[in-house]
Design a binder for this molecule. Structure first.
Ligand code: AMP
Ligand code: GLY
Length: 423
């Protein structure tokens, strides 16, 4: 089977590793890929947003399955391009990816179908939003409706901050058209857990749970990032929580999307908060999380092609997902200064150390091959993942492995997976 992976980050590298482990894959391609993916796949320099060029390439190479990794192309309808051309594709169509592309859509869906989430109001103009804030309970959460690189969420502690937030999103348009409409949401407290689920439009099966660390610095300080590290499983995602979520969140979401004529096929990423009143949905994403994929996929025993094909063919109910008992921790090695200003182009040493070691992975996020040498090429450079018998072991292993890698301005958090000590 010829497989094309669309994307070029750590998530797509983790997908590529799973595809390369599948007995069913004969040839693997990636667009655009990166220096790590290039060790497993033939990379072609086509933008993830260029549906037409991706389809032309897929036809030329007799691609049997296309896997679309990132949110932007999914929300823009790149999966539809493959589907319309008669090419099997793993990833939701545009009309289903809206569950991530519009926060107002996802909030309305949850309200209509009784899926637990924070109370909210939607606003199309700044004056109404500000009037609402005057009498609202603080803290409060403002969310740009559209995609904003994961940065369109503002948690405001008082009325002045919230008013300034409305200005940032709706008037200054810091996130462009994503802020034409905003959702103002009740502030919730509790543990956060990410659960990524395979979906075939009718059936939904959760993978092992994970948790992300979004802030740039230790102790959850500093700016929000795409994610500085992850661990799996979450000790807070108990069997009772799982049972509740299957009954009240996962299947109801699947059924709601079907009832709306938006059958969801692909990965539904449920960002959950475990509140005093039970688990509630913080957000949905229409794809694997990055770096959640870097801890969840290495623990999955199934052949990823079998699972994805079952999703596309509407027979996910025939598949039993199996995860290793071992835990996994992923520490992101970033360029110092990320997510703001940072330099790139520095040579990376030590990547070969991972080659002969089971249970250790180095996923490339922002790397590039220049004159035969792999150099840094982004804010998030690598994801170093290790497994261990327990989360504590996995964390020790992951931090040991971060020492095998060196590059100028290497930066990482030192407390990834730390919450687990509190058990
Ligand atoms: P989102 O992109 O919607 O997941 O939001 C990003 C982050 O903002 C989440 O991971 C939470 O930490 C926080 N957040 C979002 N919504 C809420 C809320 N209603 N209450 C408290 N924190 C929230
Ligand atoms: N790590 C969060 C995300 O992928 O959205």
């Amino acid at each position: 089977m010829n497989v094309l992976i669309v994307g070029g980050g750590g998530r797509e590298h983790a997908i590529a590793v799973k595809c390369s482990e599948s007995k069913r894959v004969t040839k693997l391609y990636a667009a655009p890929g990166n220096a790590g993916i290039a060790q497993l796949a033939k990379c072609v320099d086509i933008s993830v947003m260029d549906g037409e060029a991706l389809v032309a390439f897929a036809k030329e190479k007799d691609i049997d399955l296309a896997i679309v990794g990132p949110d932007d192309p999914l929300v823009a309808g790149v999966a539809d391009c493959f589907k319309d051309a008669g090419i099997k594709v793993f990833g939701p169509e545009k009309k289903a990816a809206i569950i991530e592309g519009s926060k107002a859509f996802s909030k309305d869906l949850m309200k209509k179908y009784g899926i637990p989430s924070a109370a909210y109001e939607t606003f199309d103009n700044a004056d109404d939003a500000i009037a609402y804030i005057e009498n609202a309970k603080m803290p409060i959460v403002l969310k740009a409706d559209g995609l904003a690189l994961g940065k369109g969420v503002l948690i405001c502690n008082d009325v002045e901050e919230a008013k300034a937030g409305v200005k940032t999103l709706m008037l200054d348009k810091q996130f462009g058209a994503a802020g034409d409409r905003i959702v103002i949401e009740e502030f919730m407290t509790g543990r956060e857990v990410s659960v990524l689920c395979y979906c075939d439009g009718t059936h939904i099966k959760p993978m092992a749970s994970a948790q992300d660390h979004k802030r740039a610095h230790d102790g959850d300080q500093g700016l929000n990032t795409g994610g500085m590290g992850t661990f799996s499983p979450s000790p807070f995602y108990t069997d009772d929580v799982d049972k509740f979520c299957k009954e009240h969140i996962y299947q109801p979401t699947m059924d709601a999307m079907k009832a709306e004529g938006r059958d969801f096929v692909g990965i539904l990423f449920c960002g959950l908060m475990l509140t005093e009143d039970g688990p509630k949905v913080l957000e949905y994403n229409a794809r694997f999380g990055d770096p959640e994929a870097q801890v969840v996929l290495p623990r999955m025993k199934n052949d990823i092609i079998d699972v994805m094909e079952a999703c596309i063919e509407g027979r996910l109910n025939e598949i039993e997902l199996v995860f290793e008992d071992k835990a996994a921790v992923c520490v992101v090695l970033a360029s110092d200064g990320y997510p703001e200003h940072y330099e790139k182009g520095f040579p990376i040493e030590g990547l070969d150390t991972f080659a002969d070691k089971d249970d250790y992975y180095v996923f490339h996020a922002g790397t590039k091959l220049v004159d035969g040498k792999i150099v840094t090429n982004g804010g998030r450079v690598l994801g170093v993942t290790a497994k261990g018998a327990t989360l504590v072991d996995a964390r020790a292993n992951a931090y040991k492995a971060t020492e095998w890698i060196s590059f100028e301005n290497k930066y990482m958090r030192h407390d990834i997976g730390k919450a687990i000590d509190e058990q």
